[in-house]
Design a protein around this ligand. Structure first.
Ligand code: AHR
Length: 478
């Protein structure tokens, strides 16, 4: 198998927020994930430092919080003030007991420690526009008003200055607490957005798109939301998880092409609405949940309901999954002109690159390293790779290119290529170069680590080969 990659035009500067993630009050993401006061590595606030040390290298820009489906039943006032006085609640999104020992202040404190920006959600399931405005006042308020004073009383004198906010979560999903029709959601989101921007004009708002591509509401939902909310929102969200329930690896590896279709189609709807209005305002995309997710459901072993830190959706990723998440990351990079925020969902224990044992160790999974490498070596300008390669047909799609690639000209003048060989054969690759590079390195993912590969580099070309069904990183240094 052979392929040639030519580097084409600049797509866009890459927004650092493309390297964001997600922590929900779900399963063991928070309790026994990032927070476990009894753990030997817990700091003075009860946060596990072994987990912090695994998160740091990911250099995350933002973390979306507190959900997810959890958001649609969340009463944020339950999670502030003295911990001993906080209510314990039955949590209806994931059928667990919610002790409210981590709430807004604790999460924002954790973010400060981690030097990560929060992306907070407001509840538009059971919540009201007033609840959302009150939360914003609590978090960012600068006046001597009730909720801003309450934050001061609870120990945080200065406003947190949280800029990025989600207007609800997956509100078209029948699984959602108080799901809405498109019209219901669009009106509610519009009025909430108005109140939030009046309260704090510096905030940026993300409205919910459809929950995923196969929803019957896909596209018509977005059109309705854009029609009602266009001037009041800054981003429209997309979510997508891929499965391999049929053990059909060629189709599984082709799924990222559908992600590309979704981005183009929803960006097209944003453009249409902009033109229809003759507006100067541009709405961008926030791909704020993406990953592979199916192993836990497929195994079919479920923990009892109504327990604390109910251990659900603890995916155990295999060696094919990082090829899919790698090509999803490549898709985000190739669409960096429209996608400005993207959250790998999630971060710890739940559909996650990082796992923990309660009271015990923490470790990383196979999907960890491709994301880490992209975050580390994928900052700068995204370049259009023109890939010549053979194609295959599979159950879900025709003409799937065997090679998937994203290319980034980094801020330090180096070049990074993120490569997925979808084929079962080794692939010989040529990369003609218009510029001279001094050094090059190729590394391929093996398990959770990288393995060096040979390559040749002269003034005009790099040549290398990619192992069958592999994810690789090529770095060219000036
Ligand atoms: O990330 C897990 C869940 O997936 C989220 O709570 C929800 O938004 C989505 O359906």
């Amino acid at each position: 198998m052979k392929a040639t990659i030519r580097l084409g035009k600049e797509i866009s500067a890459i927004d650092p927020r493309l390297y964001s993630s997600f922590l929900e009050h779900m399963g063991r993401a928070i309790y026994t994930g990032i927070y476990e006061p009894e753990h030997p590595t817990a700091d003075e606030d009860g946060f596990r430092q072994d987990v912090m040390e695994l998160i740091r290298p990911l250099r995350l820009s933002h973390i979306r919080y507190p959900g997810g489906n959890f958001l649609s039943g969340y009463r944020w006032k339950d999670g502030i003030g003295p911990k001993s006085e906080r209510p314990v609640r039955p949590e209806l999104a994931w059928f667990a007991i919610e002790p409210n020992q981590v709430g807004t202040d604790e999460f924002l404190r954790w973010c400060e420690k981690m030097d990560i920006q929060p992306m907070l959600g407001v509840n538009l399931g059971t919540g009201t526009p007033q609840d959302a405005a009150d939360l914003l006042e609590y978090v960012n308020g600068t006046l001597p008003t009730d909720y801003a004073e309450l934050r001061r009383k609870n120990g945080h004198e200065a406003p947190y200055n949280v800029r990025l906010w989600c207007l609800g979560n997956e509100m078209d999903g029948p699984w959602q607490i108080c799901a809405k029709t498109a019209e219901e959601y669009a009106r509610l989101a519009c009025e909430t957005a108005k109140m939030m921007k009046w309260m704090d004009p510096s905030v940026e708002l993300v409205a919910c798109g459809s929950s995923f591509r196969d929803m019957p509401t896909f596209k018509s939902w977005e059109q309705t939301v854009l029609r009602h909310c266009y001037e009041h929102i800054d981003y429209l969200s997309l979510h997508q998880y891929y499965t391999n329930n049929d053990d059909d690896i060629p189709s599984f590896l082709a799924r990222s092409l559908e992600m590309e279709d979704s981005i183009r189609e929803i960006a097209g709807l944003c453009d249409e609405e902009q033109q229809r209005r003759g507006s100067e305002h541009r709405v961008f995309l926030s791909f704020d949940e993406w990953n592979v997710w199916y192993h836990f459901q497929k195994a079919g072993v479920f923990p009892p309901k109504w327990i604390y830190a109910r251990p659900i959706e603890e995916e155990q990723y295999d060696d094919v999954d990082p090829l899919v998440t790698g090509s999803m990351m490549n898709t985000l990079l190739r669409n960096a002109d429209r996608v400005k925020i993207a959250c790998l969902a999630q971060l710890v224990n739940v559909i996650a690159p990082i796992m923990t044992e309660p009271g015990g160790r923490a470790w990383v999974q196979t999907i960890y390293r491709p994301f880490l490498c992209a975050s580390r070596y994928g900052r700068g300008v995204s370049l259009q790779p023109e890939v010549e390669t053979e194609h295959y047909d599979c159950a879900i799609r025709k003409k799937v290119p065997y090679l998937d690639c994203a290319a980034v000209r980094c801020e330090d003048g180096s070049l990074s290529l993120f490569l997925v060989n979808r084929s079962e054969e080794r692939m010989q690759v040529r990369l003609p170069l218009e510029q001279r590079f001094g050094e090059a390195a190729l590394q391929t993912l093996r398990g959770t680590d990288l393995e060096d590969q040979p390559l040749s580099l002269d003034d005009t070309e790099a040549r290398f080969s990619l192992p069958p069904r592999s994810w690789s990183l090529l770095r060219l240094l000036p």
